[in-house]
Write a protein that binds this ligand. Structure first.
Ligand code: PLP
Length: 361
């Protein structure tokens, strides 16, 4: 069996142990005589899976008791509408920091429902940095303040959170969830599409402080109201059963094999350092993000020559390093090195880049 090193931004690699366990349970989950895919979501077996997944997520992320965990569908992109429908109903105002495409989409969608302010943007430099924020420009009576914590396309991350005081901070953590510890209590709400670091596509995880529930607009569709899902244990309708099961296996791997988020962070830092140190010393390649805002998860880089970039991506693919082509808005390359990318995958990529540099100097 030849598995590639997959540097895709998402869907992305899953831990091999998780895949092997899922394969071993495919036809008969714990003596039930069925696959998890075939099970009633109301069955005892399945109830244990979804409850187990939530309990593990709470434990691994140290989620305080006054936060609800919701397992939804529709991707992080549906949250761009669900958030204003549920939260933008006090002053009707919200603040946004524009740090890339996802942050822009969240802002544009929310703007359909209320008065949305751009507090700062890094668009002037192709989102290659996190803008400095001036608290005096924040809307004092905003219903929420939205950020995209890790910018998947551009490879930036907030190393320091904006201080929004009493205004609930809402963060898209799709591409950095579970990559390192976060202090959940600093946020009103966190949300993530699962397909980067948590499991397969089809599952969206929302972590929301209880007092933010119950303020949805009158005409909010039932399925788009957080209360519908929080009151029904994410079982108002059929949840994405198999994706939740895989997420549970990923959390078991994180807890038991990795040793939790602190250990995961150390591994992620080690991987990112390998690649950034190489990029900083290279005469051919360079990273596109200012050093102080660099992401641990998504690392864009270029040679400065489109033809050479193309050659690199092609040769890398032939050598077993796939999905290294950068997003069309940045060009060049991007290595997404989520939790499941082994250290060895990054070491081998760096060795391959060294060889490419020698051959193409
Ligand atoms: C991938 C991604 C999204 C989009 O997620 P979907 O689940 O495809 O809707 C949104 N925000 C961020 C930060 C992402 O990385």
């Amino acid at each position: 069996m030849a598995r590639v090193y997959n540097f895709s931004a998402g869907p992305s690699m899953l831990p091999e142990r998780v895949l092997a366990k899922a394969a071993s349970e495919m036809l008969d989950y714990e003596g039930s005589g069925q696959s998890v895919m075939e099970m009633s979501h109301r069955s005892k077996e399945y109830e244990a899976i979804i409850n187990g997944c939530e309990a593990l997520l709470r434990e691994v992320m140290s989620i305080p008791d006054n936060y609800k965990v919701l397992f939804l569908q529709g991707g992080a992109s549906s949250q761009f509408a669900m958030i204003p429908l549920n939260l933008l109903n006090g002053s009707g105002k919200a603040d946004f920091v524009i740090t890339g495409q996802w942050a822009t989409k969240a802002y544009q969608e929310a703007s359909r429902y209320g008065e949305c302010h751009v507090v700062a943007s890094s668009r002037d430099q192709t989102f290659s940095y996190i803008p400095k924020l001036d608290k005096s420009t924040f809307t004092p009576d905003a219903d929420y303040f939205h950020i995209c914590l890790n910018n998947t396309i551009y490879g930036t991350v907030y190393h320091e959170l904006p201080d929004t005081g009493k205004i609930p901070l809402v963060a898209d953590i799709s591409s950095c969830a579970l990559s390192q510890p976060v202090d959940v209590s600093k946020f009103g709400m966190l949300y993530a599409g699962a397909q980067k670091n948590m499991g397969p596509a089809g599952l969206t995880v929302v972590i929301i402080r209880e007092d933010l529930l119950g303020h949805a607009r009158e005409n909010t569709p039932t399925m788009f109201n957080y209360v519908t899902h929080s009151e029904n244990g994410s079982m108002y309708n059929t949840p994405p059963t198999y994706a939740i099961y895989i997420c549970k296996l990923v959390l078991e791997w994180l807890k038991n094999d990795i040793g939790g988020l602190k250990s995961m962070q150390a591994i992620n830092e080690k991987k990112a350092k390998l690649l950034y140190e190489f990029l900083d010393g290279s005469k051919l390649f360079r990273g596109t993000v200012v050093p102080e805002d660099r992401s641990l998860m998504n690392i864009p880089f270029v040679t400065g020559n489109d033809e050479l970039d193309k050659k690199f991506v092609t040769e890398a693919k032939a050598a077993g390093f796939v999905n290294l082509k950068g997003h069309r808005s940045v060009g060049g390359m991007r290595a997404s090195i989520y939790n499941a990318m082994p250290v060895e995958g990054v070491e081998k990529l760096v060795a391959f880049m060294e060889k490419f540099e020698r051959e193409n100097a």
